[in-house]
Design a protein around this ligand. Sequence first.
Ligand SMILES: Nc1ncnc2c1ncn2[C@@H]1O[C@H](COP(=O)(O)OP(=O)(O)OP(=O)(O)O)[C@@H](O)[C@H]1O
Length: 729
Amino acid sequence: MLSPRIHSPSRFKNNSMPGVAGQSRLAVSSRAAVTTGSGNHGGGGGGGLVRAVVRVRPGLESDRDNKPFHIKVVKGVDGEDLFQISATKSSRLETYRLDACYGEETKTREIFVAEMDAMIASLCQGLNSTVFALGAIGGGKTHTMKGSREEPGLIPLALEKILAEAEKTSCSKVEVSYYQVYMDRCYNLLDPRVGEVSVFDSSQGGRVRLRGLNRVCVKSLAEFQKIFDDGCARRLMGQTVDVSSRSHAVLTVTMSSSSTFSGKLNLVDLAGHEIDCKTCNDVVRLSEQRHVNKSLSFLSNVISALDTDESRVSFRDSTLTRILQDSLGGNSQVLTIACLGASSYLEASTTMNLVARSRHITNRSNSLEDIASGEKSEVEAEPRHWQESQPKTPVKSVSLVPSPMCPKPPTYLRPCPSPAVRRALMTDLSIGNSPKLRAPLKENGATLKAKFATAECPTAQENDSIQSMTPPSNTDMIVASAVLKDTDIKASSQKASIQHSECCSTCKVGHVHLQREVPFHQDSDFLCTDSSGFVGGTAQRPLIQYDNPIYQDDSPPLDMVSKTLSSRIGVLSPLSSNIKILDVARSSTVDCSNCRPADEDLSHKVSHQQSLLAGNDCETPEFSAAINSSRLSAPACSSPFEQFNNCNPNLQRTLVKQYLNVLNTATREELLQLKGMGPKRVARILELRDTSPEPLKEFQDLTKLGLSERQAHSIFHSNVLRQIAFPST
Ligand SMILES: Nc1ncnc2c1ncn2[C@@H]1O[C@H](COP(=O)(O)OP(=O)(O)OP(=O)(O)O)[C@@H](O)[C@H]1O
């Protein structure tokens, strides 16, 4: 069976929907459902009309042995019932103030009675409502909304009830439209001939009009079921995990009477969010998923803003929210159902955050009960103490885009660093740069460097427990204290191992891609999209994915980045020394005497660190100066290739461009003077030039000359880099 279990709460509340007095949640079996909240919509919010509930589906055959998380109800400080989702294999847990929780045994009809009866009553009075089923792929959204013949979903149940109500008031007309929003474009599902539906603003008071969307009048459930089934068959599905919906499907039911009112009910089966790297997606799939995740983030922003009664709600950020605008704002009711399957803890918490971001109360990555001894707390306490005593330094170098939507720092978001910073991180992504830190790491049998080099990553299980070990923001301090306390090898070893764990904790499976880690300032608000499209919010979500990393879990980017920046920026060195190095480098005289031995450098760092601790010198080296200094001071003793890697990326690009330019334009004689260019290769270049004026545009184009990549590098190296390093040769 699936792990999530609903622990019955000690008390239940009558939790009524507006418009229907006395509608009781007790209609739902106490064994399977839990309700909390203050009795109004949006129990945790500002008294808005947003209800956030969770439905946990039973385990399927494929979920066997997969117990990624538990859900339980706990008592809040003031005695209220709170929902807690906790990882099975670690002590990570998050707490939300939700309105209800429906367990594995709850039938859709029970949810309908509890949540939607009142909505339909409101519809009859001319109010608009929207129901969203949201969750990861395979979470049970379609089962909840559409259902099956054996267990009809909320859509057929709603239609059944609406048609019954319409019959009572003989003048009411029930019409349905059905469309999908795919890659932010709207398509009619009832009439395939129409194709794309145009969304444009109407001249009447900010309303949105949909040109090409037809409404079909339905009189009986059988009639509706046929239309609906046809529409469902047209919905875009992917084959990645079983059959998965790749678009948001919206069924809009309009109930109107010629004289009095016209209410609208939107029933939305959202596309599932997913961590794209898990499924080795192709380009189209990635793009689809990116759109899905992005639109879900925008929807979450809207829900959160409505829930907290914010004065500005950004409906226009995505097509879906733009279309649904008139059924979300004002006095419309919104019901969000978080459908949780047996996905990972991360996916479950992402779902919860998307649905109930503004109800997110706590987020703990470690729990004292789970810590066998006090050892870890001590290890954490020291860096924290150190951190508190320090001025904020290197991370501010990374510019962050402030988000107007995020009142709290979203823990899963990290801003993308500039390519230069990424490169800098990549080159220095090794704690092993410090011999004193390397020693304890070696002692532990696994240096970070080795870890990264061999691309070893913790397993999912390890990862969860790793994440629970220490809060992310401590690692930088751990690095610092490890450098400082060289006498305390044991302590350093402990700290270094924690640091190592954190650095690797961003991925659960597969390999590590060095470029994926990006700086993250936890004290800042910012808005950033990742490759999978998530935008803003406070959801626990992994984010930036460069090239082809595989990650699954929330990560401590601050630590790793602080660490790497520390080594790159030279934050532990005094400004004066940076300037000195810079000056030496600028003098353009390559002199090995300027390269201080590592130990000397370290002692320098230590002495500066000690002076920092003593509060004597709080100066922070300029980021750019430090970058330059480390780049410029290094090459004296390094190979030309290392120099090339160390030099400014713009310079690298320029050199490559110049080199290719020479190959594209030089005469035959000039080309023959180049190293590695024999008559055959030169002839090939001239041949290529006949076909195109600029045949070599990229470095990779050198393979057109019949060179392997290695040969191309080697020739480039001998022609260009040697000239830089040893101009006299
Ligand atoms: N409450 C439930 N009881 C029994 N089976 C369920 C329940 N919820 C979901 N399932 C089953 O789980 C599987 C996945 O559910 P479903 O297709 O509804 O997921 P989904 O969230 O719509 O996925 P996707 O985003 O990929 O479309 C289906 O086989 C469905 O029958």
